[in-house]
Every structure is written in C-alpha cells, then in structure tokens.
Design a binder for this molecule. Sequence first.
Ligand code: SAM
Length: 370
Amino acid sequence: MDATKEKEALSMKTPNSKRTRGEDDESPAAKTKQAVDHNTNVANHYNQLQEVGLAARSNSRIFFMRNFNNWVKSVLIGETLDKVRAGGHRHVSVLDLGCGKGGDLLKWRKGGIGHLVCADIAGVSVEQCQSRYEDMRRKSHASEKIFSAQFITADCTKEVLSEKFDRPNQTFDICSCQFVYHYSFESEAKADMMLRNACESLKPGGFFIGTTPDAYELVKRLEASDSLSFGNDIFKVSFQSRGDYPLFGCQYHFSLEQVVNVPEFLVYFPLLERMALHYGMRLVSKQRFSQFFEEKVKHSHHRSLMMKMSSLETFPCEDGGRPESVGEDEYCHAREHCNRMASGMRLGTLSRSEWEAASIYLLFIFQKMS
Ligand code: SAM
C-alpha cells in the first residue's frame, strides 16, 4: 500500500469522519505563516509560564491532578528503566524530548541514569531546566554520582537533534516525550520529524515512551457536547468544527487553570503506530491513564509512591469539610464510596473536575526492534 492509500485507509477509521481534509486546502504561504505562528506561540506560552512556589501550587485547583500526572510519569519511567536494566544496560542514556523546565529531572536522578539530553523549543524553559540540574548537582552529596547532561533549545518538529548532540554517535536507551507529542501533529512533516528525533538515536531494544491526549476520548466528548467545546471549571477544550477530523492539523484549543493555554492537535494513534514502524518501532503498550491507574494501584509499592507524591486527595479531608470554593458535587463519587465503607474510613480521590481532565490522557511505550 503506498503512503497516500495508507493515509486514506486510516482516515476511514477516524471516528465520525465525513471526509479527510488534505493539507492542500490552504495555500503554501498561508500554511507557512500559520506554522510559524503556531510554533512561536507554543514557545512563547511556555517561556512565559512562571514557576510558582509550593504554597501557591498546593492552593491550586489542580494540585492533586498535577501530582497524579507526575505519579503516572514516575511509574512509567521507573518501569521502563527496570526493563532497560533487565536487558543488561548499566550506563543508561536518556533523551527528554520536550523537557520543559525539567519537571522530570528528579525522576532521572532517582532512576540512577548516566546521561541525559534535554531538548525543548522554549529557550527560557531549557535555561531553567539547566539551572535546576546544576543546582541539583551542586547540592548533591559527594558520594552520589549525578548523571551528565546536555541542554538543547530546538524545534524538534523541524530540526534534526542528532546534529546537535555533544557526543558523536550519541545513542539512547530511552526517549521520553511527556505531554508533548500532540504539538507535532500539525502536519505530517512535523509529526515525522518529532518521531525521527525520538527514535533514530535509540539503541536496538530501546524505548520511546510518552503521554498525550487520547484523540478518541476528545472526539467522543466533543460529539456528546451541545457546542464546539467541553470541559469544566478547570479545563476547556474547544474545536473549530465537528464531524471532520483530518489526520494531521486537526486543531483544538486546550486551556487548563493558568498552566496551559495553547492550540494542540489530535494524535490519531493508529497513524502514529503506523508511522513508528518506519523507524523500526513496535507498540508495546498503550493505556488510558484510568486503565493504568486501575492496574498499578493494586500494587502496594505504587500505592506508597502515590501517597508520597500526594497524588490523591484525602476524603473526607482532615477537618471534615471542603475548601469553600469547591462544591460538594465535586466529591459525590467519593461520598458514595465512603458511605459503603466502615464509618470513619478515609479514601484517596481526585475531584470530579480534575478526574475529567486527567482521564483525557493516555500513555504509550514503543520499543525499537533489533
Ligand atoms: N515534558 C515536560 C513535562 O512533562 O513536565 C513538559 C511538558 S509541557 C506540557 C509541553 C512542552 O513541550 C513544553 O515545554 C513545550 O515548549 C514543548 N514543545 C512544544 N512544541 C515543541 C517543539 N516543536 N519542539 C520541542 N518542544 C516542544
């Protein structure tokens, strides 16, 4: 099957798709302008985001959801490192594609990796990531060997990262792309370049792992909505139209409590899977966050990590009440569950709004075939 036929066949499976718009709908000049604007907007948006202290973070409506997302990433990263080590690799090298301000640096430190390359389009974020790393190194105990690192500011949908590595012929055991890949699905060329950057320097047997919104879930919620948007008090997703979901460039706007406010693109997963084959990658696992949580929470060490990371809110909370700003209906599910349990028992939960946002995402694991 040639590439065009392959795309057509895949497009037939897009949920409720009436037709698939090609990229030829717009003039090349318009496309270039839009592309420049979009990438610059994303970089500017993340560059402008202020780092807030713990006090402000814990007052945020999405405090537990952010911790929950971090727990998902921690488990995913930890289990992938275990698989790499089981394959006999000691000095583990990692590429953090779309590293942001270095939200995962501590996970790499905990995982005892040997070398990390961090890349992101947002220069200010990369600088902050680098200074966090240098701080970590400075404050670490002399007996702890902290991984070496390189920091690269680059648009990973346009530039070839391997040309920028300090070490010639740098290869990786893991490429981690957390909450990033959806920015690349604006066009086939961009999605392919991001994938190339993720996979071409992986060692045979190496892993490409990540998290991204589930296109099926987004479209399902859109189709169930009376308007072109859906969401709640903490997040909102707005599409420009419905019923027509092109394979690339299917843009929606995502906003989340003063943290994210940018255009994103649907990632039609069967297409990503097909594209990844071109880089010798096979899909090992794809799970919605909800499925992942249900599976992992059965294990006590994952539950302990959840507690340690404050990934769930205790219900009823210590003083028995909710913060005034948060309505009781946000916790009906927890109340019902509590009513079925012995009195005085507490449970861990997320507010309804936080769960509606977190349950949009999926995680994936690809492995490079030898
Ligand atoms: N991976 C980090 C994490 O989990 O904390 C940051 C995630 S943040 C939601 C998305 C990141 O993707 C931002 O730092 C943004 O600058 C980066 N990004 C978006 N488009 C990109 C591109 N074309 N090339 C490189 N990075 C990109």
